[in-house]
Design a protein around this ligand. Sequence first.
Ligand code: FAD
Length: 298
Amino acid sequence: MIAALDIPTIRGRVQERAMLGPTSWFRVGGAAEFLIRPADEADLAALFRELAYEMPVTVIGAASNLIIRDGGVAGAVVKLARGFNEISVEPDGIVAGAAALDVTVAEHAAAASLSGLEFLSGIPGTIGGAVAMNAGAYGGDISQVLQWAEIVTRSGESMRLNIHDLGLSYRHSNLPPGAIVTRAKFSAVPGDARAIAARMAQIKASGEATQPVRARTGGSTFANPPDMKAWELIDAAGCRGLMRGRAQVSELHCNFLLNLGDASAADLEGLGEEVRARVQKASGVSLHWEIKRIGIPA
Ligand SMILES: Cc1cc2nc3c(=O)[nH]c(=O)nc-3n(C[C@H](O)[C@H](O)[C@H](O)COP(=O)(O)OP(=O)(O)OC[C@H]3O[C@@H](n4cnc5c(N)ncnc54)[C@H](O)[C@@H]3O)c2cc1C
């Protein structure tokens, strides 16, 4: 446990023992020892300059790709607040704060008749999470559209990285350890407003038909192994609908785990490990978690 006195004064909000579960997509997880919501980029940089280096720091976005463990998260959990929501339209793209939702960025691009960012409307996270995860859907991903991302390093330095500095690969970036993305610029090109709107409607309909988008879930649980689909391996291993406690492998899309109501993080993580073991046994393939698991078990 870290003394409250070790948290420097910031303009944003600091809460002790703040429950994280209610705001995560899975609705599971314990408390953050400290939940810190810096007001803006200067506030975040000042926080990092003053925060004891031994203090563990975890950043979360919309928590749409996270299992937060039942014992909570030690140290500081940083969640970017409203000061990181700004979106501006430029002739060749969109600049968005890291707390802006991907869908809102897609909507701003559409309203300005800019094409190329429609895929973001299918990803229910924030821009910070999208850059960190190189999120992608429907044939697009962040690596195809990102121009630059601004970050604050763990030592409190603000810098702009261009796409080549970020080493984006399948659902992965090489952000410096502990760095937080604060803003990013995405390329987009003038397009036909009706075609853009139609593409976004198609993405919405397809997501609703193929994914449990209204459930307590965390998106794709495992990364697709090269030239294979994780869901096919999971299905072939007989895991569709598999349950542990109140956690279930989705019947609709078996690379999604569901919290059926009052599952614990341990139920979800244990179910995921059981799926990995069954897939390994059935096919010899070792699946890797795409969902990030943070915190400590209860
Ligand atoms: C129904 C559903 C459908 C989904 N469909 C897709 C899909 O089609 N494609 C896809 O790629 N993903 C999909 N996901 C997963 C998820 O939405 C994405 O991974 C998303 O980019 C995560 O963003 P987030 O803000 O929620 O990040 P979080 O889940 O909060 O965090 C994910 C990771 O990003 C890091 N992170 C978050 N913010 C920052 C920041 N500002 N700076 C640095 N690191 C940061 C976190 O530390 C963590 O490691 C889906 C999820 C759900 C629930």
